[in-house]
Design a protein around this ligand. Structure first.
Ligand SMILES: [Zn+2]
Ligand SMILES: [Zn+2]
Length: 370
């Protein structure tokens, strides 16, 4: 079968003829892959920054944002049936019995770092015609989400972040007064850094929780992303118009910052704008570009005197996938045009070079696999 793979040793990205996987164990399912989304992680793997082939392979089949259709099930499978649409999870547990996270099914919090990730670390990914995997990593998706379900995996980043925000903020009186017809965060203001797919999906999740949501990005407005954000009730702020120092004047007390740029200097500058009792979430992984100057006295003063929290989050567990499937459905009903606009185009496997190695236009590009 055909698959898109990267050869780190040869520094090449190409379509390979990969052996079609077979259901070999009673708890396995076989998927015909329908689509895979292209993201920054895939591009970084294709720039040979990371990405590790499985043992005994000199290439890694990439792809971790996907949608598949179940075409065969092992005899012990109960979670899914033939014909179901599924989004598979990405990370697999480490082998260590001492890892409390992995042994309890929370490999997204793995302690040892010896986890595997499909399409990223030591396991082939989903940019292939067929995939076989354990049923426990399958997340069934309603049929009516066929056209948007490829957004489920990238939305899990925001879902996991928001779950943790509510958990952490329980430590202080952060709950808004209950108002009929309004979601729980209606008294809070959130700032998203970056208007890429992670930032835009994060903004949708925040608006859906009723945060007054602002997105801070470089491009001058109006532009297609600012229009998309206004259409869902969020506000776009261009850094060309408003400097970091002015942000809290424009927004008010910033209760939550959701970082989705991977730019550390911008992020630490914005940390100075975080409000009283605020929480700052990092999701980006910056390249190592050398040290920058940060006013640590100011940051430390604010963290203490304003009761602030800063945390980072990576990967996602089953609950985040389930929340994401629910919310992709809600977004598609609430903002059908905006959700459709997130997906820039669907392309054949043969177009992978431009999508993975070039600087393609738009928001989320999708590769059709079957
Ligand atoms: Zn991704
Ligand atoms: Zn582990």
């Amino acid at each position: 079968m055909k698959a898109i793979a990267v050869y780190p040793s040869k520094r090449e990205v190409e379509i390979v003829n990969h052996e079609e996987p077979k259901v070999a164990r009673p708890n396995e399912v076989k998927l015909r892959m329908l689509e895979a989304g292209v993201c920054g992680t895939d591009k970084e793997i294709c720039a040979f920054q990371y990405g590790t082939p499985p043992a005994n392979f000199d290439y890694l089949v990439i792809g971790h944002e996907s949608l598949g259709e179940v075409i065969e099930v092992g005899r012990a499978v109960t979670r899914v049936k033939v014909g179901d649409l599924v989004v598979p999870m990405v990370r697999r547990p480490c082998p260590h019995a001492s890892c409390m996270a992995c042994t309890s099914g929370h490999q997204d919090f793995c302690f040892t770092g010896d986890f595997q990730e499909r399409g990223i670390k030591e396991m082939h990914g989903f940019m292939a015609e067929f995939v076989v995997d354990d049923e426990k990593y399958m997340n069934p998706v309603p049929k009516e989400l066929r056209d948007v379900a490829v957004l489920v995996e990238p939305l899990t980043i925001a879902e996991k972040a928001l779950t943790q925000v509510w958990q952490v903020q329980q430590r202080l009186p952060w709950s808004c007064a209950v108002e009929p017809g309004k979601a729980q965060a209606h008294c809070h203001r959130a700032l998203v850094l970056g208007a890429g797919p992670v930032g835009l999906l994060g903004a949708m999740a925040l608006v859906n929780n009723a945060f007054d949501t602002f997105v801070y990005s470089r491009e001058a407005a109006p532009n297609p992303k600012s229009a998309l954000l206004e259409s869902i009730g969020a506000h776009y702020i261009s850094s060309e118009k408003v400097a970091v120092e002015e942000l809290s004047k424009v927004i008010g007390n910033i209760d939550l910052v959701y970082e989705a740029t991977g730019a550390s200097s911008l992020s630490f500058a914005v940390m100075n704008a975080l409000g009283t009792n605020g929480i700052f979430v990092f999701t980006g992984v910056p390249g190592r570009k050398g040290p920058i100057e940060v006013d640590t006295d100011l940051l430390m003063r604010d963290l203490v005197l304003k009761n602030q929290v800063v945390f980072g989050t990576v990967n996602a567990g089953r609950d985040s996938f389930e929340n994401s499937i629910r919310d992709v459905g809600i977004f598609a009903q609430r903002w059908p045009d905006a959700v459709r606009a997130l997906i820039t185009g669907r392309f054949p496997m043969e177009a992978h070079r431009d999508l993975l190695l070039g600087r393609p236009e738009g928001i989320k590009n999708v590769i059709k696999l079957g």
